[in-house]
Design a protein around this ligand. Sequence first.
Ligand code: SAH
Length: 285
Amino acid sequence: MADKDNSNTTGVSSLSGHFEKYQGDRYVEGWADLWNKGDNLPWDKGASNPALEETLVYGDKVLGSPIEQEGEQRRRKKALVPGCGRGYDVLLLASFGYDAYGLEVSEAALEACKQEEAKSGEKYPVRNQEVGRGKVTWVQGDFFKDDWLEKLGLERNSFHLIYDYTFFCALNPSLRPKWALRHTQLLAPAPWGNLITVEFPTHKDPLEGGPPFASPPKAYLEHLSYPGEDIPYDSKGSIRSDPLREPSDKGLERIAHFQPMQTHEWGKDEKGEIRDRVSLWRRRD
Ligand code: SAH
């Protein structure tokens, strides 16, 4: 549902008023509160992201098969969706054959995921009969902590695919260095581990605040090139980068960057032009 009172010049509703009450580490309570109330979930599109579907279809050569074959052993690759909301994209990834994990800090969101899975399983037909459908697992936890990995019995760096959509922009920009570092702790080594970012909102004025916070492609590029480092932003909230700086060995490499042919409506401008961008990233180490 659109949050009309908080709508801004980009037409993207903002939850910044709500989050004034939840400063610093309390922001996770702010998300839980929104889900518990359930009447102000402006990010919830009711469907998986067409930009992810397109990337999985056309990017199959780069991403490889969702099945890992080692001799006789056949194992499904693991895909993670941090901050999965109602879980549509998790269901989509499973229909492509990944064992898909939906991570949410909010228990109420996970309840909504389970209901969505029960109600809409049919909407996500198996893509490839030989590959089949992967298993769906919903897990409660904070992206930045390890306890949910322990609950799942997984080591760090177990995920072959991580998908970020409206998670980067949901976080206060002060968390971006930690967000980037965390991906290096969760993603499997190259070439098996791929991070897909669907970048939104790319053209919002950073001074408008958020969530969703302005997230131009450059922000993903700088933070993922130098995980854990403070990246300088100017007084207008734009990144100030040194174009000649060597990328960090610890960082992720952007192996593809493109404008998708389809995306959710709120990733388009008033003329219908697609403003979202998709990037694929791999570890360099
Ligand atoms: N990607 C989803 C939801 C976007 S809203 C979609 O497109 O619909 C951002 C989500 O991230 C919220 O559901 C919120 O509860 C969750 N979230 C915020 N911080 C989190 C954290 N630290 N760990 C896990 N989930 C988090």
